[in-house]
Design a protein around this ligand. Structure first.
Ligand code: SF4
Ligand code: SF4
Length: 386
């Protein structure tokens, strides 16, 4: 029997449980309690519960599950449906879930109760502490008033969730928060529609080419793929990576278990320069864009990145790597896991060799393992994010 005090931990979702459990496990005998009846729709509830069970199994703690009494929660927040997130509805929602936790802790003889909610930067610790302390007096169980977001608790939850390949939701949980998220997504899609019309009619480089911008995607794509410029095939189909180089690129993805159609529907696919630069000096169809074309087109790439909001950025070839990461980047980053803040957004970057140069590049000493490592990293990121 453990000599540590017993603590009932209310768990709002699997990612938040990770760093909180890590912080508590040496001081307490922790039992998790998944009680979030407000989560909608039902399949989202099931998914968050399944992920929490998975985390409990991996980290090795007992887990109890509360009843999904959605009607009672809706009665509790009646009249507050239109409150914004962090408003009065959230205060009632915290109290609703914590009261059930305090009651259970009291019934089962726990020494403490607390919640993972405070690990989120969106949750008010002051509210949670006041609610917890008042319930502690009501039910006679001590409330552990730790703000788990402190000392990089939230950052740590992101790291462990990534390691454990956990699902991370993109809205808080209740129907109003789900609807608000849907409204924002619709607005972002509409903003992208206007942007893509503007980009499609760009004529900035008319002095030296006939502009026909080639790109494909939409707002909020987890993956963004950037090549150097379209070739003749792409010019005809107006579809990026639809020529011989693209065929090879899609084979790499297929080798990782991701078919072209699936990748395309989750990706924003574009290039450093979006119009065909013409034949290269050797008469081949792989000419890099000129300095002027790159300069003209780079601001478009930044805006595409803004609309796509990717979590993974795949830079295909040294032109793409150098344009985005600076002239010192390039093929030396193949096989490296790079995470950085780019244009105001944190993103994981994978550099791949350009498929059209692959006959030469992997045959150079030391390059084959780098290429294989790059594909391994890409596969891991796709599994985490798609
Ligand atoms: S936004 Fe989150 S905390 Fe607020 S009421 Fe909805 S589920 Fe509860
Ligand atoms: S290459 Fe870029 S900047 Fe130049 S015309 Fe095409 S879309 Fe416009």
């Amino acid at each position: 029997m453990s000599s540590k005090p017993r603590l009932l931990l209310h768990i709002c979702c699997a990612p938040d449980a990770t760093s909180v459990y890590e912080r508590l496990k040496d001081r307490f005998d922790v039992t998790g309690f998944f009680y979030n009846p407000q989560i909608e729709p039902g399949d989202e509830y099931d998914r968050r519960l399944a992920e929490t069970m998975k985390v409990a199994g991996i980290l090795g703690f007992d887990l109890m599950t509360g009843e999904r009494d959605l009607d009672r929660w809706m009665k509790a927040v009646k009249g507050l449906e239109t409150e914004p997130e962090k408003g009065r509805r959230c205060g009632v929602c915290y109290a609703f879930r914590l009261e059930q936790t305090a009651m259970l802790a009291s019934d089962k003889g726990f020494d403490y109760f607390t919640t993972t909610l405070s690990v989120s930067p969106h949750k008010s610790f002051d509210w949670l502490r006041d609610i917890g302390q008042s319930l502690s007096r009501k039910y006679g169980v001590a409330f552990l008033d730790e703000d788990f977001k402190k000392h990089d608790g939230f950052k740590r939850s992101l790291e462990v969730s990534r390691e454990l390949n956990l699902y991370r939701q993109d809205y808080c949980g209740c129907l109003p928060s789900f609807q608000e998220r849907q409204r924002i997504l619709a607005e972002q899609e509409e903003a992208y529609r206007f942007f893509s019309q503007e980009l499609s009619s760009c004529k900035q480089c008319t002095e030296f080419l006939e502009p026909a911008p080639v790109f494909e995607g939409g707002a909020n794509r987890p993956l963004m793929i950037v090549g150097q410029a379209p070739g003749r095939h792409e010019l005809t189909s107006l579809k990026p990576f639809s020529g011989p180089a693209g065929k090879r690129l899609w084979q790499w993805f297929e080798g990782l278990g991701y078919a072209e159609d699936y990748v395309s529907s989750n990706a924003y696919i574009t290039a450093v320069a979006k119009c065909y630069p013409g034949l290269g000096p050797n008469g081949k169809d792989d000419a890099p864009p000129s300095t002027i074309q790159r300069r003209n087109c780079l601001p478009w790439l930044e805006q595409e990145f803004f609309h796509a909001r990717p979590r993974i950025l795949v830079l295909v070839g040294s032109v793409a790597a150098k344009a985005v990461l600076g002239k010192d980047a390039g093929m030396k980053l193949v096989g490296e896991w790079v995470q950085k803040r780019l244009w105001g957004r944190k993103v994981t970057i994978i550099v791949l060799p350009h498929p059209s140069g692959l006959n030469r590049w992997p045959n150079m000493p030391g390059n084959k393992p780098k290429f294989e490592r790059a594909l391994t990293l890409l596969g891991e990121e796709l599994r985490r994010n798609l």
